[in-house]
Design a protein. Structure first.
Lengths: 256, 318
């Protein structure tokens, strides 16, 4: 239990390397959202429920149509129409808010769930290689310390924290540049929460960029380098971690 | 312990229906002397081929959580067309391919209605079930087409490769192909994912629309193939072909472990299910039971299989 070793506070964000640039994005649910995500950065989106956080994630994942705005990935103009395109073309993966109904295939086992997003990789001359698939699954089970009897355990029978780790493992391929997590620790016990946070930090240290969408102030304040505050479908401001102050954030996100 | 048992539900069901099939074979061998003869067995296998051919594709479709009632009607239109094309002077191989392709097109139409237009699959395919059979009646003008078909027309359905009937040989090959699809391809795995949870499948980057349409096209193609083979076996193109056939196929697929909610099922199980249904019908025939009673038995077998599935599900999850 508890946080894993290996995380050093001296994580460097490469501020000169923008990975994702969103300019004046509008969808039916959010208006005029602009931000830049850098290599190795953890950028948070904080606001009350219904402030439009999840909707920003949905738009970046090709689930909601953009009515206006521009998207640049690694400096090049891009367009995302479907989750498949987000994952395979642009290396953007998402851990959805609803773990049980959107993140997991409850009837299938841990190995099946971890590999479903990247199944193409295991197609060999004689069809899908079960061996390679299990090898990859086993790798992530060790890496994220997923506590399961084996890779054959049905995910329905895992604890909430371990289920969430399976969903995160789904998103981690070699090609994943941007990981989005929507309410990453909802419904998870305290110990597992800390584990999830250190996984997120380690990913960023390893050079991935992370977007965290959350309505828990403590969560945002403890893991993010910068935080975008959302109010009623618009971004109110963007604060650096050292500028965060619960009182101030509370007043801004209430929209008064 | 519970964990292991939940996982093994499908396996358990597989062993069970293989057991049921074996018991059935033993009982029929003891009860009727005509049962265990080469002619009778190949005869049942040839009739069951039609169910298995269509059932291979339907199993994947039902695993993905969708349904197709128009199988029997597609068989009718492909069967009658294969005869009509030949009487119009088309070479036999070409007429077989063309009539199967018509089945694929109807599958595409079903896929469009269900996947793109979001019509519930039962309603959409109930619609095509009626109108496609209607078209089969219209183009045959209600008559049987059996004149001018030529000697080779019946080869597909009645021919032999050595001692093995051609239709059984083809069905075995098709089974192996679909077995491979189920276990070793993206299409097979994606079918389970979509049937398990469509939302999760979409968010995992699976193109659920493309997979859905491909599955309907596969079902249309295999139903068309099955209908063409049946017309050949009967030596006649008739709009009656495949009447009530969707029922036999669904019984086989459900006996084979599929649930109507999707996410479960297997091609192997479907084959065993089809054989059980085929041998029950054959056994009742041999014992001189009227065909009306056979329908009663089939209905009971279907409901019994679903009930058993529900009981097992709640026991294991209990």
């Amino acid at each position: 239990m508890g946080a894993r070793p290996g995380f050093s506070k001296g994580r460097d964000v490469e501020w000169d390397k923008p990975v994702l640039e969103v300019k004046n994005m509008s969808t039916p649910a959010v208006q005029d959202v602009s931000f830049t995500l850098h290599k190795g950065e953890i950028l948070g989106f904080y606001g009350l429920r219904g402030a439009g956080k999840s909707e920003v994630a949905r738009a970046l994942y090709g689930l909601d149509k953009w009515t206006s705005g521009e998207l640049f990935i690694d400096g090049e103009r891009a367009k995302i129409d479907s989750p498949g395109q987000a994952i395979h073309t642009h290396g953007i993966a998402m851990v959805p808010e609803e773990r049980l109904s959107e993140g997991l295939l409850m009837k299938l086992d841990v190995a099946d769930n971890i590999t479903i997003t990247n199944l193409k990789k295991f197609v060999k001359k004689f069809g899908l290689s079960e061996k390679e698939k299990v090898k990859t699954a086993q790798h992530y089970i060790n890496e994220l310390q997923i506590r399961a009897h084996s890779h054959r355990q049905v995910v329905r029978t895992l604890s909430g924290g371990n289920q969430q780790k399976v969903v995160i493992a789904k998103c981690l391929h070699s090609e994943t540049k941007v990981l989005m997590l929507d309410e990453p620790s909802r419904g998870i016990d305290v110990g597992a929460k800390e584990e999830i946070y250190s996984i997120i930090r380690e990913l960023a240290s390893a050079g991935s960029s992370v977007l965290v969408f959350s309505s828990e102030y403590e969560e945002i304040a403890s893991i993010c380098d910068r935080v975008v505050l959302m109010v009623k479908g618009r971004m109110a401001t963007c604060l650096k971690q050292e500028e965060l102050d619960p009182q101030k954030v509370h007043i801004i996100t209430m929209g008064v | 312990m519970k964990v292991q048992r939940v996982k093994d539900k499908t396996k358990l069901q597989k062993y069970m229906i293989v057991g049921v099939l074996l018991v059935l074979l033993i009982v029929l061998t003891i009860l009727t002397p005509e049962f265990l003869t080469y002619n009778n067995i190949t005869n049942v296998l040839r009739q069951t081929s039609a169910v298995i051919l269509a059932g291979c594709a339907v199993t994947l479709l039902m695993i993905s959580g969708n349904f197709d009632l128009s199988i029997g009607s597609i068989m009718a239109i492909s069967g009658t067309l294969s005869a009509i094309f030949v009487t119009k002077g088309m070479p036999l191989p070409l007429s077989i391919v063309a009539s199967i392709l018509v089945g694929s097109l109807i599958g595409l139409l079903n896929g469009f209605l269900v996947v793109v237009m979001k019509v519930p699959s039962i309603i959409a395919t109930l619609g095509t079930m009626y109108s496609v059979r209607g078209v089969a009646w219209v183009i045959t003008e209600g008559a049987s087409i059996h004149l001018g078909l030529g000697k080779n027309f019946t080869y597909l359905g009645r021919g032999f490769i050595g001692p093995i009937p051609l239709s059984i040989f083809i069905t075995a090959v098709v089974f192996l192909i679909f077995f491979f699809i189920q276990h070793k391809t993206l299409l097979g795995k994606y079918s389970y994912a979509i049937g398990g949870n469509q939302r999760t499948a979409l968010l995992s980057g699976i193109n659920i629309y493309r997979v859905g349409i491909i599955l309907y096209i596969l079902v249309g193609t295999m139903a068309g193939f099955s209908g063409t083979m049946m017309a050949s076996r009967l030596g006649v193109g008739n709009a009656n072909i495949g009447q009530g056939f969707e029922f036999d196929v669904v019984v086989a697929v459900v006996l084979g472990g599929a649930s109507l909610d999707g996410g479960e099922g297997s091609i192997f199980g479907m084959v065993i299910g089809a054989l059980i249904v085929g041998f029950i019908g054959n056994g009742l025939n041999l014992m001189g039971v009227h065909s009306f009673y056979q329908d009663v038995v089939k209905g009971i077998v279907l409901v019994g299989a679903v009930l058993l599935d529900r009981v097992m599900q709640s026991r294991l999850e209990g």
